[in-house]
Each structure stands twice: as C-alpha cells, then as structure tokens.
Design a protein around this ligand. Structure first.
Ligand code: T46
Length: 136
C-alpha cells in the first residue's frame, strides 16, 4: 500500500515556528472543511470506516497519535507525532486512529463537506466495495 505523507515547510525564527497550509499548494485539493479532535480519552480507538470519495490530510498539531490504514489487502500503521507532518488519505481506505497522547489535537483538512452517505462503516461492506472497485 502506498502511504503518502507530507513534511510541511516550517517558517521558524527566534519567535517560534509557523506552518501554513494552502489548498492546491501543500494540500493537494480544494479545502472545504476542517475539523479537529482533542480530549480523546485513554485507550480510545476512533474511525472504523472508509470513505467512498473523500480525500483528507491529517495533521497531529499537538501531541501524538497513530493511524491504521487498510486498503483491503494490506494494513499499515503511521505514527503522527510532529505538527509539520501530514498524512494524506484517499478514498477507499479503512482508517482507525488510536494511541492518542493526553494532549493530542488531531486536525483534519477535507476536500468535501460532511456527508454521512460517503461513509462505509461496516468492514465487510468495505471489503466488498474495494473488491468491486478493483474489478472495474
Ligand atoms: C475521518 C476520521 C479521520 C460532524 O457533524 N461533522 C464532521 O465534519 C465530522 C467529521 C463529524 N461530525 C459528527 C458525526 C458524529 O456524530 O461528529 C461525530 C463524530 O464523528 P465520527 O464518529 O465520524 O468521528 P471519527 O473520529 O470516527 O472519524 C472522523 C471523521 O468522521 C472521518 O471522516 O476520516 O475522523
């Protein structure tokens, strides 16, 4: 499975560091939504779904967490532990987020507005979906 991560340019000086995220520049799509999760409780695992079309970039802007990606054939775990690192997740990829540090803030930039119809929340339905896609 091909994993795409980004190392965002840091604009640092003696005041600190600033990172800028811009659509179709260092983010590979038009940004239509931004959401973030924090105060994630110990031991929590979130996600457990894929998207039919949504593309997203995940950035753990504070603290750390891990992302499991699964394309239906292979699984890989990507640690997110630096605010200058982005993980690109395209459609048809099952994801689970876990191992959140107490201070973790996971920010997500998405190319579409929230649409529950784009979610595949059942793992067997996900496997059937990717298998059908590979036959097309
Ligand atoms: C994803 C991973 C990385 C909204 O009302 N608007 C939104 O934009 C989002 C993302 C969620 N919600 C509502 C829907 C649920 O009632 O917030 C609640 C929690 O959402 P969910 O259980 O889907 O959260 P996660 O952490 O399992 O998944 C989220 C995104 O939904 C998903 O697209 O890829 O983060």
């Amino acid at each position: 499975m091909k994993i795409t991560t980004f190392d965002f340019e840091e604009h640092g000086d003696d005041r600190g560091i600033l990172i800028s995220l811009e659509e179709n520049k260092n983010i590979p799509f038009d940004i239509h939504r931004c959401y973030f999760m924090y105060n994630t409780q110990p031991g929590v695992r979130r996600g457990f779904h894929a998207h039919k079309t949504l593309r997203q970039v995940l950035v753990c802007v504070r603290g750390s967490c891990k992302i499991l990606l699964d394309d239906g054939t292979e699984k890989q775990v990507v640690p997110l532990d630096q605010p200058n690192k982005g993980l690109y997740i395209t459609a048809n990829t099952w994801r689970e987020m876990f191992d959140f540090s107490e201070d973790a803030v996971l920010m997500v930039l998405a190319d579409q507005l929230y649409d529950e119809a784009d979610y595949i929340r059942n793992y067997d339905a996900f496997l059937a979906h990717v298998s059908k896609k590979s036959e097309e």
